[in-house]
Each structure stands twice: as C-alpha cells, then as structure tokens.
Design a protein around this ligand. Structure first.
Ligand code: NDP
Ligand code: 8X3
Length: 250
C-alpha cells in the first residue's frame, strides 16, 4: 500500500517542493492551500490517482475539519503530516505594526497548525505510526527587529512540537520541528504585501536556502528508521549566522 503525506500550504515554496519530493518517491499526497488554481495545476501535473487536493483556509477550523473528514480511501490513513502552511506579515516594530497582521499570523501559524494536527493525530495514534513534521523557523529561537509576533508563533510551534512528543510517548508517532533560516520562496513577497522588488532585496547577494533544500530535509527526517526521532532540525544557509547583541548608547 502506498504511503500518504498530507502537506499543508502546498501551493507554493516549501510545500510545493515537498509535494514533488514525496510524489517522486511513490507516495500518495494530499495537498492543501487557498489558491484553487494552483491546486488544480498540481493535480493535473501529478495526476488524480496519487494526488488529492483540499482547498480551504487554515484559519477556518470547521472547513479544515470538514476537509480532513472528506478524505477518500487511499488518502485517509496519513503517514506524514507536514504542517507547513504559514506566513509572516510585515516587519514593523510592535509599537506601530498592523494588529490585523498579528491576528492573521496567530490564526494561521498557531491555530491552523494545532487544529490540523488535532484532526489527523487520532488516526496515527490508533495505527501506532505516523510522523508530524512542523515548520518552525530560526525566528522561533532567535529574536530580530520586526520579528515580534511572527517569531513568537514559531516559538509556539517549537514548544508545541516538544510537548507533542511527551503526549505521544509510547505511541510510535514521531514529531519533528524543522527550523529553517533564510530561504527564498514567496515568503517575503507575502511579508511585504506583494511588493516583489522589496522581497527580492532580502535575497540580494546571498545564496539562500531553496524550497528543495527544505523538502530534502523533511524527506530525510521522514525516511529515517522508525526508532529514530529527530526532535528539531535548525538549518541556515552558509551565508547566514548571528549578529552580536545590540547596545544602545546615548
Ligand atoms: P510561501 O509563501 O512560499 O508558501 C506558504 C504556503 O502557505 C502557501 O502554499 C500558502 O497557500 C499557504 N498558506 C498561507 N496562509 C494560509 C492560509 N490562511 N490557509 C491556507 N494556506 C495558507 O512560504 P514558504 O514556503 O517559505 O513557507 C512555508 C512555511 O515555512 C511557513 O510556515 C513559513 O513560516 C516557514 N518558514 C519559511 C522560511 C523562509 O524564509 N521562506 C524560513 C523558515 C520557516 P495559499 O496562499 O494558496 O493559501
Ligand atoms: C523565516 C525566516 O528569518 O525571515 O521564518 O524569520 S526569517
């Protein structure tokens, strides 16, 4: 029987690369996102037989639960859940940013991720096998100016991943938090409200991680023998490191 990967946010970036990776290795894939046209192209590209698409907004809990409940035979018994859908909005300091952006990040990166996990986990526990792979970020461990709520949502994902491991003790279900640094996708275009020029500057003169690098890492943790659980994997491009703590001087 074919293995099944459920990949949220598959219409772009890491999710699209993951879909390609798992599909190429013979898995059935469930792909989610809000952009129906992109989901339709993915279904066309890979063929309906091994791809099932679900179009919904991660912030809509009922729609999410309905979508998971609607999974047909061949796609229901999820082996790997890649909790990837997420976004950063804005880079303004906390004192002046748009609080609607904060709500959207909390509702997607935190609430969407926990509800999706909750919807899929009982089946994994009943089958005593499965793997939840969450997309955290270096921003969950390392603060930066303007990272305020985005980084905090990823710190939530980091701790949620660890706590899941405790709850799942003895069930055989694995949990991994993937924590990438600078990676080029649509991430910065979304962060800057569609300003592609501003987004491109984020990667100018750098060799950032690619979505394929992240898909490869996700595949690696998923493909290890079942007695091995990678708790967290922090990945930066070689061109990225840390800066010293800043000190304000009069
Ligand atoms: P992209 O913007 O390229 O892709 C984001 C995906 O998330 C899209 O498929 C989008 O689909 C989906 N998504 C966003 N909001 C929603 C929503 N409300 N409902 C359903 N789907 C949604 O970004 P990346 O591939 O780079 O990012 C993927 C994950 O990795 C995110 O969680 C991000 O925070 C994290 N990450 C990214 C890094 C980077 O530098 N790029 C580094 C570290 C972590 P659609 O618009 O169709 O709904
Ligand atoms: C995305 C990486 O550094 O832009 O999570 O927050 S960063």
């Amino acid at each position: 029987m074919r293995k099944i990967a459920f990949i949220t946010g598959a219409t772009s970036g890491f999710g699209t690369a993951c879909a390609k990776k798992f599909h190429s290795l013979g898995w059935n894939i469930v792909l989610t996102g809000r952009r129906a046209d992109r989901l339709a192209s993915l279904a066309e590209e890979y063929g309906q037989e091994r791809v099932h698409t679900l179009c919904f907004d991660m912030r809509d809990k009922e729609a999410l639960e309905r979508a998971v409940d609607s999974l047909p035979e061949g796609f229901r018994e999820v082996d790997v859940l890649v909790n990837n859908a997420g976004l950063a909005l804005g880079l303004e300091p906390a004192q002046s940013c748009d609080t609607e952006d904060w709500d959207a990040m909390v509702d997607t990166n935190i609430k969407g991720l926990i509800h999706c996990t909750r919807a899929i986990l009982p089946g994994m526990v009943a089958r005593k096998s499965g793997h939840v792979i969450n997309l955290g970020s270096v921003a969950g461990s390392w603060p930066y100016v303007g990272g305020n709520v985005y980084g905090a949502t990823k710190a939530f994902v980091q701790q949620f991943s660890r706590n899941l491991r405790c709850d799942l003790h003895g069930t055989g279900v694995r949990v991994t938090n993937i924590e990438p640094g600078l990676a080029e996708s649509e991430f910065s275009v979304v962060r800057f409200g569609g300003d592609a020029e501003k987004a491109a500057k984020v990667y100018e003169g750098t060799a950032p991680l690619t979505p394929e690098d992240i898909a490869e890492s996700i595949w690696w943790v998923a493909s290890l023998p079942v007695h091995v659980n990678i708790n967290a994997l922090e990945i930066m491009p070689t061109c990225q490191s840390w800066a010293p703590l800043s000190v304000f001087r009069e």
